[in-house]
Design a protein. Sequence first.
Length: 205
Amino acid sequence: MTSRLTSTSGYAEASDALAQQYESVTFEDVHAGVLHLLPPPGARVLDIGAGTGRDASALSALGHTVVAVEPTAELRAHARRIHATDPITWLDDALPDLTATDRHGPYDLIVVSAVWMHLTAPERERSMARVAALLAPGGLLLLTLRHGPVPPGRRMFEVTAAETIALAGSRGLACVHHGDSADPLDRGGVYWSDLAFTRGNDEES
């Protein structure tokens, strides 16, 4: 039943197929609308829900220090195999608590790609508070929301950009980009909201 599904339901069973899917498109294709916002090389990066490491690998190649969080062991195994030579720190952790990430932060860039719509409303509130606390002053949060049909065996909610922008604002994060993009895998009815937020250099929040 849907009520028994969790935020990671369906990913372990489909990990082999997902690894091929995720790696068939590039970081630049998926995040084209926000590439101009990326920090210069040397940033501390946290990739939450990193999957098979496509984005983490690309960010590492750009000269950043990357911590990648992925709660599904099967996807982490694919990531370590596919991107074995990349200097990425992999953690078994997940929103909303991210208990294993404190010793590595704060972060200049946090990426939450294709994760947020898996979380319940209370989890989204806790997650935004957690992410905001981990983001360094002046840091950038990139967040994508999937819209459209839900694959069988997955738990997803229709989360609007407006709700997410308001929730981020309540934690002192200002929206600096809001765009929509087509699904890079051409799945019927699927499209994305691409959001970027910054945290001010002062300590107000």
